[in-house]
Ligand binder design. Structure first.
Ligand code: V47
Ligand code: SF4
Length: 359
């Protein structure tokens, strides 16, 4: 089965959706690993990347209340929280004061707050930039950008450029979930459609913002739905070239409305490898250690991944849904994990450039 697909890959031909589906249906894991590793090495050599970053979630209050999301709350509900801009700056200052080498990126995503105005987010970005001019701000999912555009009355492009002007550096890939409308309606009926998510990303790329793309897998979707999702991402990437990394997000079932079970290690590795083979126009495949666990993300480096993300420091979304991992790893731990997978660890900035420091 894999022979035909291997020949295609080795001769630089694109895989079809039918090829990707066949790979999902197969349990021939080792040939899949070696083929995906071959492609990863063609693209990124023996390098595997990590970043010194910190996550911040300004609020968990969200009007969407997606059924797979254990992080969100309604206004006034037990456990709901809101951070002021001053509190966020304090968190950033504390984190940077504690470590000898400060994190280079802050990753900010949160709920869609029913009362906060767009000016909160503009001010948040400009205040961070004022306090930490060198810190890269990777913030707001396509879902949040769409919401900001609605509450501000601005077009998508105006919303994005006004954030960019204040210091937004790039965007994470969350909120994509699964594009197929039938599944999406059951998972998150209030969330923007897959088409809209793609339209927001197209607008971001148009104004010069690089973004990531994700896919939430392991809940109620089929392999066909995963392939359909990746097909739509590959198609947009052909048009814009604005995606940096693809990140398959392993579903976590605790405290969610749809419950279900954790993904298997086999499925995690298969999904990484198939995404590496099918998404030939994505430079990077990220094995997000918080969701995969340290051991599976390390193995993922043998299945086509070339990035394991970062130091994180504080993580709420996966941990609300029963993450089995800790909340942070040091740069040394990330590096060690990569070396033991036989790869060369590279500390990167938010655009995958090697970080160089004066000795
Ligand atoms: O948008 C929510 C997902 C996303 C659950 O771009 C869940 O570099 C699993 O997008 N089980 C946020 N996943 C995380 C995210 C991300 C993380 C790291 C790096 C990057 C990047 C992006 O988490 C949400 C949603 O798709 N999510 N609930 C859950 N129960
Ligand atoms: Fe809100 Fe995002 Fe959670 Fe959905 S996944 S409820 S949009 S915070």
């Amino acid at each position: 089965m894999l022979d035909k697909i291997r020949n295609k890959v080795l001769s630089g031909k694109r895989l079809t959706e039918a090829d990707a589906l066949k790979l999902f249906q197969s349990n021939d894991l080792f040939p899949l690993a070696s083929l995906a590793s071959y492609v990863a090495e063609e693209k990124n050599g023996k390098k595997a990347y990590f970043v010194r970053n910190r996550h911040i979630n300004p609020t968990n209050i969200c009007v969407n209340r997606c059924r797979f999301c254990a992080f969100s709350r309604s206004i006034g509900q037990d456990g709901a929280y809101e951070l002021t801009i001053a509190e966020i700056i304090k968190k950033l200052k504390q984190g940077r004061a504690k470590s000898k080498i400060p994190f280079s990126e802050v990753h900010i995503v949160g709920g869609l707050h029913p009362e906060w105005p767009f000016t909160y987010y503009l001010e948040l970005v400009s205040t961070i930039k004022k306090n930490f001019p060198k810190l890269h701000i990777k913030a707001f999912t396509a879902v949040e950008i769409d919401y900001f555009s609605k509450i501000s009355g601005l077009s998508l492009e105006e919303t994005l450029t006004s954030l960019k002007r204040r210091g937004l550096g790039s965007m994470p890939g969350g909120g994509a979930e699964i594009f197929a409308p039938g599944i999406r309606n059951r998972l998150c009926p209030e969330k923007i459609s897959g088409e809209r998510w793609l339209a927001v990303m197209a607008a971001a790329h148009k104004v010069g913002l690089r973004t990531n793309a994700t896919m939430l897998y392991g809940h109620i979707e089929s392999y066909e739905d995963r392939v359909d999702h990746m097909m739509k991402l590959r198609r947009l990437q052909d048009r814009t070239g604005g995606f940096q990394a693809f990140i398959p997000l392993a579903y976590h079932p605790k405290n969610t409305d749809i419950q279900g079970s954790y993904t298997s290690g086999i499925d995690d590795l298969k999904t990484i490898a198939i995404s590496r083979l099918y998404l030939d126009n994505f430079q990077h495949i990220k094995a997000y250690w918080v969701m995969l666990g340290e051991k599976i993300s390390q193995l993922a480096l043998k299945f086509g991944a070339d990035d394991i993300d970062g130091t994180i420091i504080e993580e709420k979304i996966t941990h609300s849904a029963g993450a089995l991992t800790g909340e942070q790893l040091t740069a040394e731990q990330l590096s060690d994990l990569i070396i033991k997978a036989g790869r060369i660890p590279v500390e990167r900035d938010s655009f995958y450039r090697k970080v160089r420091r004066a000795q």
